[in-house]
Design a protein around this ligand. Structure first.
Ligand SMILES: *Cc1c(COP(=O)(O)O)cnc(C)c1O
Length: 244
């Protein structure tokens, strides 16, 4: 992506303290440069592929939310940590098949990839059964890349309206993934279009609908310049991912 190399492989709690401090420092600088309050951006650590052993070190360093793109992996981590770290939050950031909605309803606090009314209705039903609720971001495809999930910006108003009667879902904002390119202008274009879509929807949206989940290790500073309130950072904290 655009700028930042992955952090060095972190192997101790001290490494994680250092990496988190460095990302938080860059977030603060990006906020200052954009004339924004440094508390206006939340760092969501992306923990996919990271083992529970390494996660324990990161949790000791202050990680309190696990951002995961695969439900099964997130569920395994929730099972593993539920007694030891009951305060941990779980954010599902990847696309979800309707038949896996029941797992998300059981333990997730946030879902960043809502892309259909059918999925929203299934989540609502499952959340009722669990007597739980869920914060949701509508994912918008701002890059035009077919490999990226999400709905078109023009479809967001319809999906948001369909959420109104679903009382177990709290719509908190929009999410996107920028184009996979080194062209900063194009990346910023993705982010600024998401911001515009949020502003267009807000007059008819609930008060809670105010967040922009955008920006990853390679582009979170650009995202903050364009108004991100949640940045999803994996490799910048944990080092390069190993999918083996
Ligand atoms: C993996 C992932 C991220 C984080 O990517 P990094 O390059 O590790 O920062 C952010 N958002 C989503 C949806 C992801 O799947």
């Amino acid at each position: 992506m655009t700028s930042q190399p992955a952090a060095a492989h972190a192997a101790t709690t001290e490494d994680f303290i250092r990496n988190l401090a460095s990302v938080n420092q860059r977030i603060a600088s990006a906020c200052t440069a954009a004339g924004r309050d440094i508390d206006s951006v939340r760092l969501l650590p992306v923990t996919k592929t990271i083992s529970t052993e390494r996660l324990e070190l990161a949790i000791a360093a202050g990680v309190d939310t696990l951002g995961e793109n695969k439900v099964q992996e997130a569920q395994g981590k929730h099972e593993y940590f539920r007694e030891k770290f009951p305060h941990l939050r779980y954010a599902i950031i990847g696309p979800l098949q309707t038949n896996k909605a029941k797992f998300v309803a059981q333990f997730a606090d946030e879902f960043h990839a809502l892309d259909s009314v059918k999925l929203a209705e299934t989540l609502q039903r499952r959340l009722e059964l669990e007597d739980r609720s869920l914060e949701v971001f509508i994912q918008v495809n701002t890059s035009g890349e077919e490999s990226k999930s999400g709905i078109q910006a023009s479809e967001a108003a319809g999906l948001l309206a369909a959420l109104a009667p679903l009382d177990r879902l709290t719509p908190v904002g929009l999410m996107t993934m920028a184009a996979n390119t080194s062209d900063e202008h194009e990346v910023r274009g993705s982010f600024s279009s998401l911001h515009q879509t949020l502003e267009q929807l807000q007059p008819n949206a609930p008060e809670s609908f105010k967040h922009l989940s955008m920006g990853m290790s390679g582009d979170y500073e650009l995202a903050i310049a364009e108004g991100a309130t949640v940045v999803r950072v994996g490799q910048g904290i944990f080092g390069a991912r190993n999918y083996a």
